[in-house]
Write a protein that binds this ligand. Sequence first.
Ligand code: PEP
Ligand code: MN
Length: 445
Amino acid sequence: MTSELLHLPGESWRDLPAGQQPDWPDQAALREVLAELAIAPPLVYTEECDRLTGQLGAVARGEAFVLQGGDCAETFAGMSAEATKNKLKTLLQMAVVFTYAGSMPVVKLGRLAGQYAKPRSGSTETKDGVTLPVYRGDAVNGFDFTARSREPDPRRLWRAYQSSAITLNLVRAFATGGYASLDQVHAWNQDFVADSPAGARYDGLARDIDRALNFMRACGAEPEQLHQVEFFASHEGLLLDYEAALTRVEPTTGAAYATSGHLIWAGERTRELDGAHIAYLSGINNPVAVKLGPSTTPEEALAYAEALNPRGEPGRLTFITRMGAGRVRERLPELVKAVDAAGVPIVWICDPMHGNTFTGPTGHKTRLFADVLDEVRGFFEVHRAAGTHPGGIHVEFTGEDVTECLGGGMEILFHHLPDRYESTCDPRLNRGQSLDLAFLAAQML
Ligand code: PEP
Ligand code: MN
């Protein structure tokens, strides 16, 4: 693959307004880093991206389900083998629950190995009378509240690339190295069973799966699909300089691909139809997604379909809806109906996190497990009524026992929030809450 930065089909974005871009103080350093990224090896391969499009195509046809999840914001410091393994283990446990309940393949899409940049509602933050630039993710500046840490540093883009590569290496090893084999369905739960209701419930399901595997083996069946999984990586394509520097043209077809991750999405704050982010997505051949909040109109949804999936390819375009529990039943139906009537194949995913965030009495941003669950329920209801496929869920979660979201089987309360609040951005479901959600949502499948 070659890097022809200035000749990419997707380069039309450069003339358009791009929201949420950092104000890099050192432009020379920025140019240097981008030049290095432009000749760096791709993090993902075009064949993998095409394979994900194919699998998402099955979701668009109603034959599979997507589980997309990970941190709101990955951090360089949080990138350990242990944390990545715990995250993948939790994702696998959730996926097993959905596969079993839905008797349907589950596409496993991490929100990881590239989720290092955040859109923010303001550009500054004030604490104790001191005002500093807001934290925009580890790819841009530091979370520590000091002037030095908050200054955007372009060298962080290179670290984001490296950290993504290291994380992807762990992901690939985990997926094929034996630990993701269904034989390990109990092992994923080992440290978890005793002290959590979700863990105990999972244990029952794992025993059922064991019995099914033993039965298959007794019949002489041992398909290799049981012994490895495929994880894909996705992130919000926020920093267009970074994304463009890692865009490569496939020489045989002339098609451009983002090689920073398999699936790239545009967020709720940067989805202007005539803006740079949508233009960038329209120029790459990866599967792409757009987050749709409650203000989205049916006309806009159709315009995204036209701009991002003009050939009507199943799996090319995903809508990740994040309406809020209180609005999903009111706002989602007209979007689903309009898109369905137009006959455009779309993967519909429910993000039950971002429409349900509020600040608790301790000053922590949080979410109620009951709201998260209710938005998922509303999403299923709307799709059932419209006769369309509720294609998946998108969650912010971690494999650790953090205390960031309220409720769930372990009953996290307001006064627990400070105990273990580790997110640098939005609150994540902890491991128990993630499994709880999987069980409750799987019943709706
Ligand atoms: C996010 O996914 O972390 C995010 C900022 O979401 P949204 O664009 O939907 O607000
Ligand atoms: Mn978030």
